[in-house]
Design a protein around this ligand. Sequence first.
Ligand code: MBD
Ligand code: FE
Length: 305
Amino acid sequence: MHKKQIEELAVRISGTQSKPADARVKAIVDRLLVDIFTVIDDFDVTPEEFWSALSYLTELGQSNEYALLAAGLGIEHYFDIRLDEKEAAAGIETGGTPRTIEGPLYVGGAPVSTGEARLDDDPDVGEILFMEGQVTDTAGRPLAGATVEVWHANTKGNYSFFDKSQSPFNLRRTIKTDAEGRYRFRSIMPSGYGCPPTGPTQHLLDRLGRHGQRPAHIHFMVSADGYRQLTTQINIEGDAYLHDDFAFATRDGLIPAVTHHTDPSALKDRGVNGPFATITFDFTLPHAVAGVPATLIDRPRAQVG
Ligand code: MBD
Ligand code: FE
C-alpha cells in the first residue's frame, strides 16, 4: 500500500468525529494508527500475527506485566534520559545523585522511622547488610528530616507484597534522616531479580533473544521540602548482570563499593553472629525549580495501609 493511501485511510478514520474530542489523545491515536498501518505494510504483517499480538497484550494485562515489559524494553529508562535532558535545559543544579527507574515493584505505606531501621522481617539466608549515608544539597549541606524510602528483593530476587510468601513490608521501609541528614539501616544482601520465567514478558524477551535478569540492586525514593525528589537505585558491584541489566537501569555513580566483613572482632563490634557487608552511599538533591517537570511520576502504585 502507498503511504498516501495509508494516510487517507487514517484521516478517514480520525475524521469520524461527531463530538468534542480530547485533542491530545486524538492526535496521538491518529498518529499511532498511521504508524501501525505502516508497520503492518512494511513487514506485511499477517492477520494471524496481528490477532496473536492482541492476545499477547491481553495476557500481558492479565498477568499485570505491562510495567515490567516497559522496563524490559527500555521505555522506562528512556523517560529517565528525557527527564535528565529537561533538567539540564532548565538549568537545574548539577551534581545531584543520578536518577534511575522506579520499576514496577514499589509499594506505598511502608513503616516509618527516624534515623535508622531494620528492613528484614522474615528469616532469610542472605549476608547481613548495613547501609548508611547522608542526604545533602548540592553544596553538601545536610538535609535533616528528609524522607528515604528503601525497598529491595530477598535472596530469591522476590519482592514482598508481590511475593505473598513474605511478610507485608519485608525489605521495605521509610526512614526520616536524623539531625545530621543521616540514614542507616540493617537488612540482608538482595539477589538480582529475574522476570517470571513463564510470564508474557519473558516469552517476548525469549523471542528477542534476550534474558530477563537484573543485577542485585536496592531502590530508593528520597525527598525533602524545597528539593527535587529523587528516584534511584544502587547496584551491587560484582554481580554478573551489573552492566547487562534487562531494564537498562545501571548508571555511573550508582555502584558503591561493598565491603565484606568476616573478622570475628568486627562481627562482635556489630553485634552479629555471621559475616556482613557494609555500603556507604550519600544522596545529593538539587533545589526544586518551578516549571520543571516533576521527578516523582504520577503512576498507579500499590498502596497498603
Ligand atoms: C525489578 O526489581 C525492577 O527493579 C525492575 C525495574 C523491573 C523488574 C524488577
Ligand atoms: Fe527492583
